[in-house]
Design a protein around this ligand. Structure first.
Ligand code: ZN
Length: 100
């Protein structure tokens, strides 16, 4: 499991990040990302979640070689979402707190 350290300033709930991570990997698969691209995405993800100031990258832009930022949208309780500042793709994933 991906390890999260300390607090991060990405605008996302730390609890929701692992679920977001899974969703982004699902999106990469859907976009037929190669293993190499997926590995690179994983390093970009882990850099971003280590509070390095690097963005959480948009999977759709990432496979095209563009490092774009996913900007968090309003939390809807049962689900969280983010929109890419570059291609405007909206991503949604379940919020674990909303499932109980
Ligand atoms: Zn994008």
């Amino acid at each position: 499991m991906h390890k999260l350290r300390g607090s991060i300033n990405l605008g996302y709930e730390i609890m929701a990040l692992e679920f977001m991570h899974k969703e982004m990997l699902k999106q990469l698969k859907k976009l037929s990302a190669t293993n190499e691209v997926t590995d690179k995405y994983e390093s970009a993800w882990s850099s971003a979640t280590r509070n390095t100031g690097l963005p959480i990258p948009c999977p759709s832009c990432f496979i095209q070689g563009i490092l774009s930022r996913l900007s968090p949208l309003k939390d809807e309780g049962f689900a969280s979402s983010a929109r890419c500042v570059n291609c405007k793709t909206k991503y949604e994933w379940q919020n674990p707190d909303g499932l109980s």
